[in-house]
Design a protein around this ligand. Sequence first.
Ligand code: ADP
Ligand code: ZN
Length: 208
Amino acid sequence: MYEMSTQDWPLQHQSATGWIEVIAGSMFSGKSEELIRRLRRAKIARQKVQVFKHRIDARYSTEHIVSHSEMRHESVAVESAAEILARLEPGTEVVGIDEGQFFDNDLVDVANELARRGIRVIIAGLDQDYMGRPFEPMPQLLAIAEYITKTHAICVRCGQPANYSQRIVPVEGRVAVGAADMYEARCRRCFVPHADTPTPHVVEERVG
Ligand code: ADP
Ligand code: ZN
């Protein structure tokens, strides 16, 4: 029987298989914070990290992913999932992708391809849209991921764990990019699947 010696370790490491991690939840649930935390730890481990986000999402920065708590990490803005593959640099060991729901279903193939090449792929994204409908391609990514983390915000109405992103302005369309000006975190009981008026104390905070 073949026995691995310590000399084989680097070789073993290089030929290691990749995998996919998905961080899914509502807005304000800490997805970006968790993604940034994992990326920072990978860098502490001296791994080569590349981070991507969709060009649609230029809310705070085009060159960073930024959490609502203002944690940030540099990133490259891309037009499509295919562009992630095109921009992949030699030796990259970890690929982070924020706001996965802004990509189309090609992201599923791209994530599989990255993992096949031995890369650890970490994708954060909204699992439901403002109507509470599964938000593609996140359901497909959840299906193919080796590891899934579901994050929860705090319901601004009642303080329970929140699983929904309530739109609080009468804007049509599935993709309406915004933050606390357009959405608030709600639990299942407090969520209404259409635009609703903002919760009063949230308004006061914003004005004050
Ligand atoms: P996501 O990427 O899921 O939208 P972020 O990681 O950007 O979430 O932001 C999480 C942070 O948002 C929290 O640490 C907290 O500071 C802030 N926050 C604001 N509103 C809420 C809320 N209703 N519930 C939880 N965190 C909130
Ligand atoms: Zn609630």
